[in-house]
Design a protein around this ligand. Structure first.
Ligand SMILES: Cc1cc2nc3c(=O)[nH]c(=O)nc-3n(C[C@H](O)[C@H](O)[C@H](O)COP(=O)(O)O)c2cc1C
Length: 213
């Protein structure tokens, strides 16, 4: 294997200037997400979600962002998964988007709350039939005996719902993340990257600071 310490790349694609920063970080995020979609980056909505156990131990995993409205980031998962159980005890959450092709990342911190059952139903209905069946039978994050166990449960459940509207299980739904801190990172040459931190102040105004790379 190549010595991984020798792998390095100069980041030269773009820059982020103070003069182009909007007062609201959500509008900059929307612009960057749209640019990632337009640039055909792989999985532009993929986001690394960090949660914390009651013992203060962090864990991360990737999910897909499925909505951005009213200043909140929406993703869907199993409420009884590891992340779901952690969020039930501690709503603090981090979201990290990395768009390598654009040499950009955005780190978000805030709190997560379940979306309404109606909002989860609305999104669940849009999912492909087989994904809806999968959500019903997967005890996400639990140990299972074999893949065969999963496939048997899937086939049985699929037969049960044939020709009917598949109902969303109670343990599956969305989280809405309300951000309190958002950091935008644009790679620059010589590791002198541009970093801008938005911090939510009481009264709802966002304070902006440039951070050292
Ligand atoms: C690209 C990608 C997208 C994913 N999207 C989701 C998703 O939207 N929701 C979800 O529950 N898991 C998604 N997963 C699986 C999660 O990363 C994770 O394995 C699962 O949610 C269980 O995590 P937990 O045990 O930490 O709760 C995705 C994985 C990848 C690699």
């Amino acid at each position: 294997m190549k010595n991984i310490a020798d792998i390095r790349q100069e980041y030269t694609k773009s820059g982020l200037r103070e003069s182009e920063l909007p007062c609201d970080p959500l509008s900059l995020f929307s612009r960057w997400l749209q640019e990632a979609i337009d640039a055909n980056v792989e999985e532009p909505t993929a986001v690394i979600v960090g949660t914390v156990s009651p013992e203060g131990r962090p864990s991360t995993r990737t999910v897909l962002l499925k909505g951005l409205h009213d200043g909140k980031f929406i993703f869907y998962t199993n409420y009884e998964s590891r992340k779901g159980r952690q969020l039930a005890q501690n709503p603090y959450i981090s979201l990290s988007f990395v768009w390598h092709e654009l040499e950009r990342q955005v780190h978000i911190e805030g709190t997560a709350a379940k979306v309404s059952p109606e909002e989860s139903d609305e999104y669940f209905r849009k999912r492909p039939y087989k994904s809806r069946i999968g959500a019903r039978i997967s005890p996400q994050s639990q140990p299972i005996a074999s893949r065969m166990q999963l496939i048997r449960a899937f086939v049985k459940e699929a037969a049960r719902w044939l020709g009917k509207e598949v109902e969303r299980p109670d343990n599956w739904g969305g989280y809405a993340v309300t951000p309190t801190r958002m950091e935008f990172w644009q790679g620059r040459p010589n590791r002198l990257h541009d970093r801008f931190l938005y911090t939510l102040k009481t009264g709802g105004k966002w304070e902006i600071n440039r951070l050292s790379p």
